[in-house]
Design a protein around this ligand. Structure first.
Ligand code: SIN
Length: 275
């Protein structure tokens, strides 16, 4: 297995790995902890072997809102057809932060790709935190933020293209609200990490809406600096695993007129502690 770091900050590309070999899971997990995002190139994985690998990686969390692969409820289909305009996951987010124990990892398998485009971009939230001034870090410590599924998947979204097409649904189940520290101690690495995202974070607890919007707006602009980002291109068969407590991600929706199908499994996490 060869591991090549992708940026000076995070992310690694792994060649020569085989997710169907149980003996490699420990090394793959170590690379995941070290690099936050790992791209395992050229895997030969059918849905059953993807599920078997994910089970060895951790407990599987079944997504409530994204349509699952028939016969494999563990696999969410992140799909877009040629005539659709909205992609799933095109706003910066980490998976399931509206849960009290947000998802630890996501495992995304490239099944069908557009001829060009359809990359995924990641942000290292640990690197973004490190770059803040000490005074500002001190101000953030002790703050908590609310995260919710309601505005993202609830009834107000029932007219969205993803809901109308059946790619997402189950709006009545969008009832989750969770309070998490704005700066967490990462459960695997111990690193101090920002834990907020524009998709699911609604507001800072105890702040007025204007104060909360100003602080979150500043932090999102700060995090989106190219220095903290990694842009990943895909080839059919690639499997990328990312850490949802260490990174944000977003799907680049630049391939209208073409189909894209990814299979995603999400791994259970734990309640998060303040740094
Ligand atoms: C996701 O948001 O989980 C999927 C990202 C992608 O489709 O690239």
């Amino acid at each position: 297995m060869q591991i090549r770091q992708i940026t000076g900050v995070f992310g690694a590309e792994i060649t020569g790995a085989d997710i169907t070999d149980p003996a490699q899971v420990e090394d793959i997990h170590r690379a995941f902890a070290d690099h936050s995002v790992i791209a395992l190139r050229a895997q030969r994985a059918d849905p059953a072997s993807l599920v078997a690998f994910a089970r060895r990686f951790g407990d599987i969390n079944i997504n409530r809102f994204v349509a699952a692969l028939p016969d494999h409820p563990e696999i969410a289909m992140i799909q877009k057809a040629p005539d659709q305009r909205e992609a799933i996951g095109e706003i910066w987010h980490a998976e399931h932060t509206y849960d009290t124990a947000p998802a630890a990892a996501s495992i995304l398998h490239a099944v069908n790709l557009p001829p060009v485009g359809g990359d995924t971009v990641f942000i290292s939230m640990g690197a973004a935190y490190d770059a803040l001034s000490e005074r500002f870090k001190h101000m953030l410590s002790g703050l908590n933020a609310w995260h919710s599924s309601r505005h993202a998947f609830g009834a107000s979204k029932s007219d969205s293209e993803t809901q109308r097409s059946g790619r997402t649904g189950n709006a009545e189940a969008a009832t989750q609200d969770a309070l998490h520290p704005v700066v967490i101690r990462h459960p695997l690495t111990g690193r101090r990490t920002l834990f907020i995202n524009p998709r699911f974070t609604t507001h800072i607890d105890g702040f007025s809406r204007a104060e909360s919007d100003a602080l979150l707006g500043f932090l999102y602009a700060h995090c989106q600096q190219p220095e903290f980002q990694l842009r990943l291109g895909w080839s059919p068969g690639d499997i990328t695993i990312w850490d949802n407590r260490a990174t944000l991600h977003k799907a680049i929706n630049d391939y209208h007129g073409h189909a894209r199908m990814m299979h995603r499994i999400t791994i259970e996490g734990v309640p998060l502690q303040a740094a």
